[in-house]
Design a binder for this molecule. Structure first.
Ligand SMILES: [Ca+2]
Ligand SMILES: [Ca+2]
Ligand SMILES: [Ca+2]
Length: 301
């Protein structure tokens, strides 16, 4: 923005402040969308894509002390985002007309008590936009501007969807063999084709990524196996688990970001020869395990 424009805005702001001091602010009755107590509601992801044409005309300047700077000094509207599943959203506000000085900000709470925006976007002219990954919870989105103009009329769009692998319910389908994970944390799922010893490892591929692995038998289910550091193999801080797995169980594989977030490869192997579903033969002094192969059973000492 040019300095003379900033100067003009400061002059206008000073005149407006003096007018407010002399006659007091003009109160506007609260209406839906004006404040956090009665905001517009957007359910995420069920309401996506969300698109509305709104205005801040007729609304109050309720919030003006946030990290959005001068761009929160105008009349403002508030949207409550109720996020059910981890979702990457793209928020775009397109004001009608040029040089509207629009600003949008996303807050973890109402902007009065939570003035630090999680993310925001401002521009002297044209649309403003940001991308943010929301964890489940409640957020507040504010549409505002740096007056003048006194208000903005705009189109607000929110698009996005559940990020694959962001949580257990959106776990990515893994395959037997090599899988390429873009990061940690990330969720995968795998269903063995038969009862087997199932091995999952990030350690047999000559890579150096510090992983932390958990395996569950369902979302919110029982922890079947977990491993932080193998302390052997290609990389001591990689992780390997092997456990008796059942055909038809959709195992949930969680790679945690406790140590590192880098992309990595991991391998899934169904090892034939497995004691799942086969009763051990117990003797007071000796225990024999009958292992099942593809077509037969065998004795292994
Ligand atoms: Ca308001
Ligand atoms: Ca404001
Ligand atoms: Ca580790």
């Amino acid at each position: 923005m040019r300095k003379d424009k900033i100067l003009n805005k400061l002059v206008i702001f000073a005149i407006a402040a003096l007018m407010c001091l002399s006659v007091g602010p003009i109160a506007v009755n609260a209406v839906t969308g004006d404040t956090c107590s009665d905001p517009y509601i957007v359910n995420i992801p069920s309401s996506l894509p969300y698109s509305v044409s709104h205005t801040t005309n007729g609304f109050n300047n309720d919030y003006y002390s946030t990290t959005m700077g001068y761009y929160d000094d105008g009349l403002d509207t508030i949207y409550r985002l109720v996020v059910a599943s981890t979702t990457q959203i793209t928020v775009t506000c397109t004001p009608v007309g040029t040089y509207q000085y629009a600003g949008i900000g996303l807050f973890a709470g109402c902007p009065d008590s939570n003035p630090t925006a999680l993310i925001y976007s401002t521009a002297s002219t044209g649309p403003v936009s940001f991308v943010y990954t929301c964890s489940p919870g409640t957020y507040y989105l504010m549409v505002d501007n740096w007056p003048s103009p006194a208000y903005i009329t705009y189109t607000l769009t929110i698009t996005g969807g559940i990020q694959p692998g962001a949580d257990c319910t959106s776990a990515i389908q893994a395959v037997a063999g090599i899988n390429s994970a873009s990061k940690q944390p990330i969720w995968y799922k795998y269903t063995p084709t038969e009862d087997c010893l199932l091995e999952i490892t990030s350690n047999n591929l000559g890579q150096s990524v510090d992983t932390y692995l958990y395996v569950y038998d369902a979302c919110g289910g029982t922890l079947v196996a977990s491993k932080d550091d193998d302390n052997s193999g290609y990389y001591s801080y990689a992780s390997t688990v092997s456990f008796n797995a059942y055909a038809g169980t959709d195992y949930k594989i969680f790679w945690d970001d406790y140590w590192e977030t880098s992309a990595f490869l991991f391998k899934i192997t169904e090892i034939t020869g497995c004691d799942v579903g086969v009763t051990s033969i117990i003797h007071p002094n000796v225990e024999l395990m009958v292992y099942k192969n593809l077509d037969s059973y065998q004795y292994q000492p």
